[in-house]
Design a protein around this ligand. Structure first.
Ligand code: ZN
Length: 308
């Protein structure tokens, strides 16, 4: 279930962090903050702090970090919707009733997820088809084995204007949806839409739940641009997405540090080498913003590997 952002904001405003966390951890007031023993790692001296003004908790021992919703999800082991429902109850707020437009938006996003997933599967199949030889050779030359290729769901887009389009229309997806998902380009002058990715090795970009939402494409041969990303869509916001973030997130729960790299290959190489915290910045100009966002998601960025 999707929640309107204002609703979540209202929960965060109404419930002081220290009040909610104080029911679960013994906190002592120290200046503007509260401190206590971190519930997420073993410690004898308190390095867990709660700041009501900033609306977050932070542990200097293990790097655990987040807002009140993040805390309860983790400490009570609840899903996001379950946590929101519990905290709304604590705040005395009735659960929101979604408007018709919000419900429609949720359904549309679901369909977008389906078409991007179908495209992802098709790209993967093309890599193993005779026409995908050049793509497979490229990835192998870069040192990737089959296991890594499969784990990252790497694929290939043939150098044809309508191959993916024909396949997806054949599956019953509407052309307008393919355009909205960023899979087709539709020229302004009314000419026919065509495949956005052509003649490229394909790197699917996943959301936090590991679902493909967009793609990056590395040209095979000399074409320009060398790297091409899906444009922004209702599922994909280039400024807010991190490549392989779903994998890095899982590892971070086990305490792995996150390294942010700038290229798809850098991230994959990190993971293939056994390092599980690799993340990719899509646009290095705003990575400070993403760092903050990463921090909100209780993560510690231990290094950046840019320019690769
Ligand atoms: Zn801790």
């Amino acid at each position: 279930m999707a929640f309107p952002p204002q609703f979540l904001e209202e929960i965060r405003t109404r419930l002081a962090c220290s009040e909610v966390i104080g029911k679960r951890v013994r906190l002592i007031r120290r200046g503007r903050e509260h401190v206590g023993l971190c519930p997420f790692h073993n410690e004898k001296t308190p390095s867990f702090t709660v700041n009501d003004d900033k609306g977050f908790f932070h542990c200097f021992g293990c790097g655990a970090h987040g807002d009140v919703i993040g805390f309860v999800m983790r400490s009570d082991n609840l899903s996001f919707p379950e946590t929101v429902e519990r905290l709304a109850g604590e705040a005395g707020m009735p659960m929101p009733v979604l408007s018709h437009a919000e419900r429609e938006q949720a359904v549309r996003e679901q369909t977008l997820h389906e078409v991007v997933e179908a495209a992802c599967v098709w790209f993967e199949l093309q890599l193993r088809a005779p026409g995908g030889r050049a793509g497979l050779d490229y990835l192998r030359r870069r040192g990737l084995d089959d296991d890594t290729i499969a784990r990252f769901r790497l694929g290939f887009a043939p150098d044809q204007r309508g191959a993916l389009k024909a396949e997806m229309l054949g599956k019953g997806f509407k052309e307008a949806l393919l355009v909205e998902a960023g899979l087709l380009s539709r020229p302004d002058d009314g000419r026919e839409s065509f495949d956005f990715f052509r003649g490229r090795a394909i790197y699917p970009i996943m959301d936090r739940r590991g679902r493909p939402i967009a793609f990056g494409g590395r040209v095979i041969g000399d074409g320009e641009p060398k790297y091409l990303n899906s444009r922004d869509t209702p599922l994909f916001d280039k400024g807010r997405s991190l490549y392989a973030h779903h994998m890095a997130r899982l590892s971070v729960r086990d305490g792995t540090q996150v390294v942010v790299a700038e290229g798809y290959m850098d991230v994959i190489a990190l993971h293939a080498a056994g390092f599980r915290g690799g993340d990719l910045v899509h646009n290095s100009f705003s990575w400070a913003d993403r760092h903050r966002r990463g921090a909100r998601a209780r993560e510690t960025v231990s290094g950046y590997c840019l320019g690769g």
